[in-house]
Design a protein around this ligand. Structure first.
Ligand code: B4P
Length: 199
């Protein structure tokens, strides 16, 4: 199994790069943001709860997020591995993910952090907000709130995986294809003989 985490602040390119990596490595893409938006679209109790946090730019509580992530992984056990996009965002989420993978005799192979300056992130998200219909993208105050939440609550995730020796930081500024090639090179470097790549 290959298990990758795409990490970085909102708008750093996680979802964009995950879509390309899924095709190349045949992994299952799990975006907690997308899962929440699916629940919101179906007006489920989970979706209504998540929306109350997301619309304010806050994190959805761990108790909700971890349960949802576990359900998604447990209902897709045939996958060659996973790309986690937007998860984990807190240390309890890191611990929950590690436990979930250990149950499958697996581990996180690599966390890739996409490093993008604040003003570029604001520009990208406001641009996306023109067409995405996402309430958290078309209000600069909420975008900046999300960035503060990232710095206060989420940056520690990088240190957690750095201590495990599996975190790298790359620049997320530039052509999408160029960034993708750098990510692929990091993935190839990190794979050991026991991992199976299906191209
Ligand atoms: P997410 O859905 O994860 O939102 P995101 O971080 O904005 O998306 P992403 O980072 O994937 O977008 P991308 O850069 O690819 O989370 C939304 C909310 O859900 C959170 O605020 C939180 O409330 C909640 N949530 C989600 N997960 C949670 C968790 N684990 N715990 C608690 N709460 C959670 O794209 C941005 C734009 O940049 C796009 O328009 C793209 O085209 C553009 N772009 C990408 N790469 C580019 C490049 N190289 N150059 C120029 N533009 C680029």
């Amino acid at each position: 199994m290959i298990n990758l985490i795409l990490f970085g602040q909102p708008g750093s390119g996680k979802g964009t790069q995950a879509a390309k990596l899924v095709e190349k490595y045949n992994l299952l893409h799990i975006s907690t943001g997308d899962l929440f938006r699916y629940e919101i679209g179906n007006s489920t109790p989970l979706g209504l709860e998540a929306k109350s946090y997301m619309d304010k730019g806050q994190l959805v509580p761990d108790s909700v997020t971890i349960g949802m992530l576990r359900n998604k992984v447990e209902s897709n056990t045939m996958s060659f591995g996973y790309i986690f996009d937007g998860f984990p965002r807190t240390i309890p989420q890191c611990e929950a993910l590690d436990n979930l993978l250990v149950e499958r005799n697996a581990h996180v192979n690599l966390l890739i952090m996409l490093d993008v300056p604040d003003e570029e992130v604001v520009r990208r998200l406001l641009e996306r907000g023109k067409t995405s219909g996402r309430p958290d993208d078309n209000d600069e105050t909420i975008i900046r709130r999300r960035m503060v939440v990232y710095k206060d609550e989420t940056t520690s995730v990088f240190g957690y995986y750095q201590e495990h020796g599996c975190a790298v930081k790359i620049s997320g500024v530039g052509e999408i294809e160029d960034i993708f090639q750098i990510i692929c090179a990091e993935i190839e470097k990190s794979l050991d003989e026991t991992d199976v790549v299906v191209a």
